[in-house]
Design a protein around this ligand. Structure first.
Ligand SMILES: NC(=O)c1ccc[n+]([C@@H]2O[C@H](COP(=O)([O-])OP(=O)(O)OC[C@H]3O[C@@H](n4cnc5c(N)ncnc54)[C@H](OP(=O)(O)O)[C@@H]3O)[C@@H](O)[C@H]2O)c1
Length: 191
């Protein structure tokens, strides 16, 4: 799949490498890039920037008709909570900023370091929770996740990003504040 990753930080560069290793035509783009051309040429776009950059990015390219995957955890500046929560989510706000795009939420509960270390914990694939209103988009993102070696979990409509972002925040709490470290990821158990 031809994928533009916007953002070349911890997540953007880690994802770019993992996507390339899985055989995708992926490229990560930084601030200096021509986002208009990058988005136009891509089948899917992964936003690997802080949520606060979304409005500027939405203005920099035409996202209509594109599958846009948001992986942000919109933590507040002092890390005390989420800057968007309750009756919305970063993903839903991004969908409003990119009205012609199909927005999906995924990958937000995976710490960046896992992309370089095989996306497994204790030999088992890490899960990623995929939410989108469009069933076809959910299927595409789940297949993309699977191609990276992840175990995708269908998380239903985009509205459920509200709870996935809360889960991402809890994951940050466990990893950084509550002493579990970064070699963790949430897993939904099923018999
Ligand atoms: N790190 C994790 O473990 C983790 C886990 C799950 C989800 N996330 C989410 O992933 C996203 C990225 O996190 P990160 O840890 O990779 O952050 P990071 O290392 O700080 O990287 C952010 C990247 O976004 C770029 N950027 C910022 N504003 C931009 C703009 N307007 N246009 C283009 N590029 C822009 C930055 O460029 P400059 O360097 O020029 O500022 C930088 O390359 C965040 O939304 C975060 O919540 C992170």
């Amino acid at each position: 799949m031809k994928i533009a990753v916007i953002g070349k930080g911890n997540i953007g560069s880690g994802l770019e490498q993992a996507l390339k290793a899985a055989g995708h035509a992926a490229e990560a783009f930084g601030r200096d890039a021509d986002l208009g051309a990058a988005v136009a040429a891509a089948e899917a776009v992964i936003l690997a920037t802080p949520y606060g950059a979304a409005a500027e990015i939405a203005r920099a390219a035409d996202f209509s008709g594109k599958l846009v995957i948001d992986l942000s955890n919109p933590v507040s500046a002092d890390f005390s909570g989420l800057a968007v929560s309750g009756d919305s989510s970063a993903a839903e706000e991004i969908a409003k900023l990119m009205p012609g795009a199909t927005v999906a939420k995924a990958f937000n509960t995976i710490f960046a370091q896992h992309y370089a270390s095989g996306l497994k914990i204790g030999g088992a694939p890490i899960q990623t929770f995929v939410a989108a209103d469009d069933e076809g988009a959910r299927a595409t993102v789940k297949a993309l996740a699977e191609s990276l070696g992840l175990e995708p979990v269908d998380a239903g409509p985009l509205k459920n990003a509200r709870y996935l972002e809360a889960m991402g925040f809890l994951n940050i709490q466990f990893g950084y504040m509550l002493g579990l470290g970064l070699d963790i990821a949430p897993r939904w158990q099923a018999a």
